[in-house]
Design a binder for this molecule. Structure first.
Ligand SMILES: NC(=O)c1ccc[n+]([C@@H]2O[C@H](COP(=O)([O-])OP(=O)(O)OC[C@H]3O[C@@H](n4cnc5c(N)ncnc54)[C@H](OP(=O)(O)O)[C@@H]3O)[C@@H](O)[C@H]2O)c1
Length: 286
């Protein structure tokens, strides 16, 4: 099976490379970063695929600067929607499976129980709107496509909340973290493992969205408190309201993803976010 992974230098892409080595996967994976393939350029994408054939394209490339996207709407859409269309068309041409990663930010957060895949979307931010548009073009332009919606992705690769909290926790006696936004952290390596599971299956035709995150739910404050505790950092974590930490882009107040569909359709188990976090921090220390 020949696989192409885009966005290879980002957080998820880097985890993919590392996990693939650890799991000793015998898959043929080509890893391409932005410098090798700019997904937003139709020309570059067409010329890239002119002499290559893949059985699967995994798109981990995205414009992910949530606040800056409010000012850079065109760029966000160019990457997160036009770029996805370019890859979906290439996958369709090759009859390849297209696995595309999306986000909990497609929801407005007005629900109080976990979001199912078919719940009404209503993104609050430009980033969320551009990602929703990407989901639509993927599903409409490819006959073998899986959109994986995930949330609060963290790992020891790239930039993410875990690494930020560890850094500022070491530098400060106390840190203030938002306690009125509820979601679920996702260890990027767990997502990689789920994608490997998908790669072990055969799909003749598929056109589905699946939610993927670790289990349970928490606030950013709870998440930060556990990071500090499991990392043995001495730092007080102070809960604050969203209004006390103004950000350019509005975030959903509640964006927990319901994983029932995934658990029903696949032989894959999901562990509680706290246990996963504890193990991930321990694994990084060893
Ligand atoms: N991080 C989260 O909390 C989170 C939550 C939910 C969903 N997601 C989704 O999960 C996926 C992976 O996220 P991540 O955390 O790995 O993001 P990331 O670390 O920002 O990685 C994204 C990668 O895409 C690259 N990229 C940007 N524009 C590109 C283009 N035009 N062509 C090719 N590559 C381009 C970036 O390169 P540059 O660095 O050079 O720009 C970066 O290496 C994304 O689809 C994201 O929307 C993330």
């Amino acid at each position: 099976m020949r696989i192409l992974l885009t966005g290879a230098d980002g957080q998820l892409g880097s985890c993919f490379k590392k996990e693939s080595l650890l799991l000793n996967q015998s898959l043929l994976i080509d890893y391409v970063g932005r410098k090798d393939l700019d997904i937003s350029s139709r020309e570059s994408v067409e010329s890239f695929f002119r002499d290559k054939v893949y059985d699967c394209i995994i798109n981990a490339a995205a414009y992910t600067k949530v606040d800056l996207a409010e000012e850079e709407k065109d760029i966000a859409f160019k990457v997160n929607s036009d770029g996805v269309l370019n890859l979906a068309l290439a996958a369709e041409k090759m009859n390849a499976l297209f696995i595309h990663i999306s986000t909990d930010f497609v929801f407005d957060g007005r629900k109080t129980i976990p979001y199912k895949e078919m719940d009404i979307t209503n993104p609050l931010s430009v980033y969320g709107k551009s990602k929703l548009s990407g989901e639509k073009v993927a599903l409409e332009n490819c006959s073998k496509v899986i959109v994986l919606r995930t949330s609060w992705l963290y790992s020891f690769e790239g930039n993410n909340f875990l690494k930020t909290i560890q850094r500022i926790g070491i530098e400060n006696e106390s840190i203030r973290v938002i306690s009125d936004q509820i979601g679920t952290p996702t260890n990027a390596n767990k997502l990689v493992n789920f994608i490997f599971h998908l790669l072990s299956l055969k799909f003749d035709k598929i056109n589905e969205i699946y939610n993927f995150s670790d289990g349970g739910e928490c606030s950013w404050y709870d998440f930060a408190s556990s990071i500090i505790e499991f990392s043995n950092i001495v730092c007080k974590v102070v809960p604050i309201k969203s209004e006390e930490y103004p950000q350019k882009a509005e975030r959903p107040k509640y964006s927990v993803l319901d994983k029932t569909k995934l658990l029903n359709d696949f032989d894959f188990s999901i562990e509680d976010w706290k246990e996963v976090l504890k193990k991930e921090i321990k694994r990084n220390l060893n």
